[in-house]
Design a protein around this ligand. Sequence first.
Ligand code: XMP
Length: 184
Amino acid sequence: MAKPRLHPDVAEVLLTERRIHRRIATLAREIAKCYSDKEVTIITVLNGSMVFLGELLHRLPMPTRLDSIVARSYGARTTSSGRVRTRCQWQLSLKDKHVLLVDDILDTGQTLKMIRDRLRRECPASLRTCVLLNKPTRREVDLQPDFVGFNIPDKFVVGYGLDFAERYRNLPCIAVLKPEIYRA
Ligand code: XMP
């Protein structure tokens, strides 16, 4: 089979689509084992996690409810603004529910910690976190995700739902862009 052509702006592919899908299948089994047949309320952080969630969700065998929140801290930059802004609030009641917070990437941890602390106030029966990507060397807050797809080095990545200035979300792999693209 012909090798898929690399996007011209990509400098390096960190994770191929095949590798990501294989890992998500295993991650779904880990999550299923943890919850058994209990109902799980998934709160996903948009927009970055939508591709990851789509692949994960249909592999989860237990009953699920789904809701979302929109968070933003980067814009057209590769470093966090430090101010996490959330636009949309989840609608479902979380009291006494098993809540799984799903995000694309855990970087400094500011975003997930802020959302997790807000969800905690709803008194869920349990609250766990799941991220596709984890940059452990960048952590600024005390947060250990319960489920992690991949630990990656400290590089700004795009693709598989992750963006730079709202572009590249549709790349099927996780990649690093050429330096001139980030500078533009
Ligand atoms: P923090 O620093 O709060 O960041 O853990 C979490 C959010 O920041 C975005 N983020 C990235 N987005 N490539 C991206 O496209 C990256 O390497 C990256 N690092 C952080 C992302 O939206 C995440 O939810």
